[in-house]
Design a protein around this ligand. Structure first.
Ligand SMILES: O=C(O)CCC(=O)C(=O)O
Ligand SMILES: [Fe+2]
Length: 402
């Protein structure tokens, strides 16, 4: 099993306090960047990067595309043979629904039908985008890709997959001209996206730049162009992503993505010890929004619990969900250092965590829970506060100082 490891723990302070401006998006090659370098230079610093040469051995890269024809095209017969003809989520890129595209369901074969013939390309193909497809959890035995080592420290999917719950691992198949509207990713998570076919054009904005685009109602635009971004004085980057390249999208970076050719990608949303604090800040600020919205009900019974229900509906998780992930991750790592001869900490796709990484994760959890308790963020939720306090006690008992 391949080990994911950082070179030291604690991390040096110089790195952590490093302040930087976003002047360009680096391009690196998969073979020449170590996990430790990616961890320090990009995840810790919340900087975007393109990683070239990442997927040559993936089954989907080799088999889903027919490269014997010019130009290469989706291997529809192979996909039909290999995948079940179940319902798939499709976005209609010609219809806006609030701040994204209208969603519908098609059967896989119905979606693939328009890829088989070239005749009616322009008329029917260009609007439907198969996206957010949970193919990996649908067919757990079908290993059509392996998460690149750089992206394997993933508390969100580690927890969800091991619980058998809905995960954040997706496949996207979009004909030329389909696109994803301007957004930042769920929870303030990171995302990685590997293109296995075709080309995508990304507009990427460092966090905070999107505020220059707010209208008088404090709403962000549904779509942006290079011109509209320039007119608003926004700092942004345009990236052309080719097949075999990964993009690391850090937390809170707004982006819009266009399939400039027929394109297929695999994508995960995730968080870990580097950005869990950002996810927590977003969760807290969403709760503050909810509380403001229903402030006139403040005197009702169970107001705080009601706010959590609304938080879950709007944000996608509540405080209890978030703590469940953090405590699960914590217990798994604690077990590995407390029990003599314990197994290493397993990660997604048969990786294991090295010792420094285990300590880094535990340190991040100590910092997070320490702040929650000290700043009394959980005071309205005594049962959750109690869980956090107990977990902190366990961390102290293994030698982590508060
Ligand atoms: O490829 C796309 O259309 C969107 C991808 C995306 O938004 C992401 O990976 O975060
Ligand atoms: Fe995204």
């Amino acid at each position: 099993m391949e080990e994911i490891e950082i070179s030291s723990y604690p991390l040096d302070q110089l790195l952590l306090s490093a302040n930087h401006r976003h002047e360009k998006i680096d391009r690196v090659t998969a073979g020449s960047i170590s996990y430790d370098q990616f961890f320090r230079n990009f995840m810790q610093r919340n900087r975007a990067v393109v990683v070239e040469g990442i997927v040559q051995d993936w089954e989907c890269f080799q088999r889903w595309i027919d490269r014997s024809v010019v130009p290469p095209k989706l291997n529809v017969p192979y996909l039909k043979e290999t995948l079940p003809n179940g319902p798939v989520p499709v976005a209609d890129c010609e219809r806006q629904h609030y701040n994204s595209h209208e969603k519908l369901e098609q059967s896989l074969f119905e979606f693939l039908q328009s890829w088989e013939t070239d005749d009616d390309r322009e008329s029917t193909r260009k609007r439907f985008y198969l996206k957010d497809w949970h193919l990996r959890s649908l067919l757990p035995e079908y290993r059509f890709y392996r998460t690149p080592a750089l992206f394997t420290s993933d508390w969100l999917n580690e927890y969800l997959v091991e619980q058998g719950a809905d995960d954040y691992r997706f496949v996207y198949i979009g004909p030329k001209g389909t696109w994803t509207a301007f957004h930042a990713d769920v929870f303030g998570s990171y995302s990685w996206s590997v293109n296995i076919f075709g080309r995508k054009r990304w507009y990427l904005l460092p966090p905070g730049e999107e505020r220059k685009l707010l209208n008088s109602l404090r709403q962000l635009p549904f779509s942006v162009t290079e011109q509209s971004l320039r007119d608003a004085g926004v700092t942004f980057f345009t990236i052309e992503q080719k097949a075999g390249e990964a993009i690391f999208v850090p937390s809170g970076w707004y982006h819009q993505v266009m399939n400039v050719e027929d394109a297929i990608s695999v994508n995960h949303n995730w968080f870990n010890g580097c950005n869990v604090g950002t996810v927590w800040d977003n969760l807290r600020s969403s709760l503050a929004d909810v509380r403001r919205e229903i402030d006139d009900c403040h005197d009702m019974d169970n107001f705080d619990d009601h706010c959590q229900v609304m938080l879950k509906a709007s944000f996608g998780m509540d405080y209890a969900d978030f703590l469940a992930i953090v405590l699960y991750v914590c217990d798994k790592r604690l077990k590995s250092i407390q029990e003599e001869g314990a197994e290493k900490v397993k990660q997604i796709d048969d990786y294991v965590l090295g010792k420094h990484h285990v300590m880094f994760d535990l340190g991040a959890i100590r910092d997070l829970l320490g702040e929650m308790v000290e700043k009394k963020y959980l005071d309205c939720y005594p049962a959750l506060n109690c869980l956090a306090v107990n977990c902190l006690k366990k961390l102290v008992s293994v030698g982590l100082t508060l």
